[in-house]
Design a protein around this ligand. Structure first.
Ligand code: AMP
Length: 284
């Protein structure tokens, strides 16, 4: 496995792989790798001949007062995980490589970035789409792998790729969970044991949502009220949003029809956690 710290070096490595006729898979991450990231790498290894993982804690997607500085950066452990997972190249650029001067060019996906996390994290998605556009230009992959865990992010990126005619395919992989249902996340490292227990209420509220929809409840207000009741079992949980939206355009809906996305964002202490599930009544 090669570790590239510069844009020129990663481009050289990709160029050689492409000349050898290899299909290039790419997994963008912020590091602190866990089984969720590994599942994306495994999907990439399966579908592609040459796999690149980027590890870059992107400053432009963090707002003031967010956890950019304290975000975990266990680079040596991450490299070991990548080596064991069959990654060909890790691209781990310094901030000066990605943003050598003040950034004045931004990629902004409208509408889809307004609700949900866009409301509570202004500028977040602009940072995500901009860094992904840069990474896609640098790596020039055939296929890029994202997690369903960050549902809004995956939808926004897919739309950016479509609208800007980027010549690549986006694959969205399922959310990997702990045995108690908690979605695996680099930010779970911030949680105390007690907070981790509280955090299991997030998936419990989503399971309740699935159960109610499957049992025939169609009124969104009734379902989200029930989800909030579950979350309120822990006084440590501060709800940011509990919502059921259209799975493609993320708009609020009044009644369940077909396929919907149930999304939850909470704060537990200093830690912000998000999770979601898709429920498709037509598949029942
Ligand atoms: P991050 O390092 O948090 O920016 O995440 C990098 C990629 O890993 C994103 O596409 C995430 O959606 C994905 N990811 C994070 N957690 C999980 C998980 N529990 N299951 C599946 N994918 C995940």
């Amino acid at each position: 496995m090669e570790v590239a710290n510069t844009i020129d070096s990663v481009r050289e490595l990709v160029k050689a792989a492409r000349s050898a006729g290899k299909k290039i898979g790419f997994v963008p991450t912020m590091g602190a790798l866990h089984i969720g990231h590994i599942s994306l790498i495994e999907a990439a290894v399966k579908k592609c001949d040459f796999v690149i993982v980027s590890i870059f804690v992107n400053p432009t997607q963090f707002g003031p007062g967010e956890d950019y500085k304290k975000y975990p950066r266990p680079l040596e452990d991450d490299l070991e995980i990548c080596r064991n997972a069959g990654v060909d190249v890790v691209f781990a650029p310094a901030q000066e490589q990605m943003y050598p001067s003040e950034n004045v060019t931004w990629v902004n996906v409208e509408k889809l970035t307004e609700p949900l996390c866009g409301r509570s994290r202004p500028g977040h998605f602009r940072g995500v789409t901009t860094v992904c556009a840069k990474l896609f230009n640098i790596v020039a992959p055939d296929v890029v792998f994202f997690g369903a865990k960050d549902a809004q992010q995956a939808i926004v990126i897919k739309r950016m790729v479509e609208d800007l005619n980027m010549p690549l395919e986006i694959v969205v992989c399922p959310t990997i969970r702990e045995s108690d249902g908690l979605a695996v996340s680099s930010r779970n490292k911030y949680l105390t044991e007690e907070e981790k227990k509280d955090a299991t209420l997030i998936y419990k509220s989503l399971e309740k949502c699935r159960e109610m929809i499957e049992a025939g409840t169609t009124d969104i207000g009734t379902i989200t009220a029930e989800m909030r009741t579950i979350l309120s079992q822990s006084p440590a949980i501060e709800v940011e949003y509990v919502s059921i939206v259209d799975v493609e355009i993320l708009q609020s809906i009044d009644h369940i029809t077909g396929k919907v996305l149930a999304v939850v964002a909470v704060r537990i202490g200093q830690t912000r956690l998000i999770d979601n599930i898709v429920v498709d009544i037509e598949q029942q």
